[in-house]
Design a protein around this ligand. Structure first.
Ligand SMILES: NC(=O)c1ccc[n+]([C@@H]2O[C@H](COP(=O)([O-])OP(=O)(O)OC[C@H]3O[C@@H](n4cnc5c(N)ncnc54)[C@H](OP(=O)(O)O)[C@@H]3O)[C@@H](O)[C@H]2O)c1
Length: 281
């Protein structure tokens, strides 16, 4: 199995969980991976020749493509998320490798919520736009592919995920933390998402697959739950409506019932995960 973005939060968990069953090669771009039991290779997905060389050389059975730029990670999202994914998808199809591509719930416009795999994307944000176009690039490449749409990813090991880290840091500085009360998502624990992806790698399924946690929560309630879990002072959090001067996807909750039918891996909601979480710190 080849895991692109193995040095990242989700990719790191996929590589760790999959190495029990697969020989893993994982890639990094700027932050070299150190996890043992994994072959680490440097890869910039924007480098088409480099992508081709790696995939032709390895001939992986499965590629889990997690490498991407998230919002706030620089302005090269177009090249990394769209062109980079196209490079990986074309090389995967040419090598006959099964591709599991990681997309996002914000490909939807959030007008309705509870989106199924049959709903049409209509992204509102620049990030959502690049991820929607990446999905199209995967479909165009024509290989055996699963496009997994994940909701907000959270977790606390080996480090706290970005979803909570920025809030914890703001509270430590004494800065106000304002969280949107009108934006709904189905946050997914990184460890359930990674386990589900490892399971998807081994089943006979292609097409779209929604992987969200069982509980729909507002960004505010999600943030407060994460801060309470981390032992930070959530009384400093203010619930506010999202800014009206920006077009934002408000309700990007997803219907993940197809994944629940297909997979043995449970996809618990944030309340259940955090209630059990203190036992697995
Ligand atoms: N985080 C969320 O809440 C969320 C929600 C839904 C979907 N997703 C999707 O899930 C996937 C993983 O997200 P994440 O939060 O785990 O991201 P992350 O922790 O930021 O990791 C991103 C990975 O991509 C690599 N990368 C960045 N630029 C690259 C390039 N030019 N070439 C090759 N690799 C590159 C990074 O390598 P270095 O660190 O070595 O530079 C890192 O390994 C992404 O596709 C994201 O769009 C994330």
């Amino acid at each position: 199995m080849l895991v692109t973005g193995g040095s990242g939060y989700l990719g790191g968990w996929v590589a760790r969980l999959a190495r029990e069953h697969w020989d893993i090669t994982a890639t990094y771009a700027a932050h070299a991976g150190a996890e043992p039991g994994i072959v680490w290779r440097r890869l910039d997905v924007r480098d088409q020749a480099g992508v081709n060389r790696l995939i032709r050389g390895l001939q992986p059975k499965v590629i889990v493509h997690t490498a991407a730029l998230n919002p706030g990670q620089g302005n090269d999202m177009e090249a990394v998320n769209v062109a980079g994914t196209a490079n990986v998808a074309r090389a995967a199809a040419e090598a006959g490798a099964r591709l599991i591509h990681i997309s996002t719930d914000v490909v939807f416009d959030g007008q309705r919520g509870n989106y199924t795999e049959d709903d049409a994307p209509n992204p509102l944000s620049p990030y959502g736009e690049t991820k929607a176009r990446a999905e199209e690039a995967v479909a165009r490449a024509g290989g055996d592919a699963v496009i997994v749409r994940a909701s907000l990813i959270y977790g606390w090991r080996p480090t706290v995920a970005r979803a909570a880290q920025w809030m914890i840091e703001a509270i430590e500085r004494g800065d106000p933390v304002r969280l949107w009360s009108d934006e709904m998502r189905c946050p997914i624990w990184v460890e359930s998402l990674a386990a589900a992806l490892v399971e998807v790698a081994a089943i006979d399924y292609s097409g779209f697959l929604h992987l969200g946690g069982a509980q729909a929560v507002s960004r505010h309630d999600f943030g407060v739950a994460l801060l309470d879990f981390a032992g930070a002072d959530s009384s400093l959090v203010e619930a506010v409506p999202s800014p009206t001067d920006q077009l934002r996807p408000l309700n990007c909750t997803m219907d993940s019932s197809r994944a629940r039918e297909l997979l043995d891996t449970p996809l618990p909601g944030v309340g259940d995960v955090l209630a059990r979480g203190s036992e697995i710190q």
